[in-house]
Design a protein around this ligand. Structure first.
Ligand code: DC
Length: 223
């Protein structure tokens, strides 16, 4: 366990391995792990349940004012709680995935989550995973990583991960992923891109352990 309490950010496109790597890294460091994509998915779930369209800014603003989201730990791991309901198992459907990408381009949603994410970082000793952690939310983070992999590898990983619960073909998974990557990296506000001081890691041909070891080696050099 590391005694230094740092803010570590891991940004990158979907399927690059961020979630798996962030979880293991946080455990090795004795840190909290925050999946910020889950927060965008939580907003998407609430918006769909309220019948909002993803570009209804005034509806989204009103909705965000009523949302309380928090991560709690239980025997199943880190759970996302939205207004007292555990929504962890309901936010990974293809519909929510695309809706989350659409609402993540709306300034009202980003501002709402910006404050929430910064509050979660006040304690220090956290690994934050997302798209704009190192660029916008924590520009002064102690260590920033940008994790990438080839488009084919990322689609293959996503397909394998969800094939038992998601009826989509590999081609559909790859098509959705390409569309989402395009949304996430071309939007005006906080687009997906590496921070200037981020360390780039391409996980295409690396094992999870190797990626985590490389990150640990960087973190251990920080005083
Ligand atoms: O990491 P994920 O696939 O669960 O993220 C869902 C969507 O949320 C993704 O398409 C883009 C958006 N997102 C974002 O804009 N900024 C973040 N920090 C995290 C996710």
């Amino acid at each position: 366990m590391l005694m230094k309490r740092l803010i570590v950010t891991i940004d990158g496109p979907s399927g690059a391995g961020k979630t798996t790597v962030s979880r293991i890294l946080a455990r090795r460091l004795g840190y909290r792990y925050i999946d910020t994509g889950a927060l965008y998915r939580g907003v998407a779930l609430a918006a769909i349940s309220s019948g909002l369209s993803p570009d209804d800014d005034s509806g989204l603003k009103k909705l965000c004012d009523t949302l309380k989201m928090n991560f709690v730990r239980d025997e199943k791991g880190s759970r996302l709680v939205l207004n007292d309901s555990d929504i962890t198992d309901h936010i990974r459907t293809p519909e929510i995935t695309m809706f989350a990408s659409a609402v993540s381009a709306r300034p009202v949603v980003r501002n709402f989550l910006l404050n929430l994410q910064r509050d979660l970082g006040k304690e220090k000793g956290v690994v934050f995973e997302g798209r704009d952690m190192g660029t916008v939310v924590f520009p002064n983070a102690d260590v920033k990583f940008f994790l990438d992999a080839s488009q084919k590898t990322r689609a293959q990983r996503r397909y394998e991960e969800f094939k038992s619960v998601n009826p989509q073909s590999f081609e559909a998974v790859e098509r959705d992923m390409r569309r989402r990557d395009n949304n996430d990296s071309t939007r005006d506000l906080a687009p997906l891109k590496p921070a200037e001081d981020a360390i780039l890691i391409d996980s295409t041909d690396l094992t999870i352990e190797t990626v985590v070891d490389r990150m640990m080696a960087v973190i251990e050099t920080i005083h």
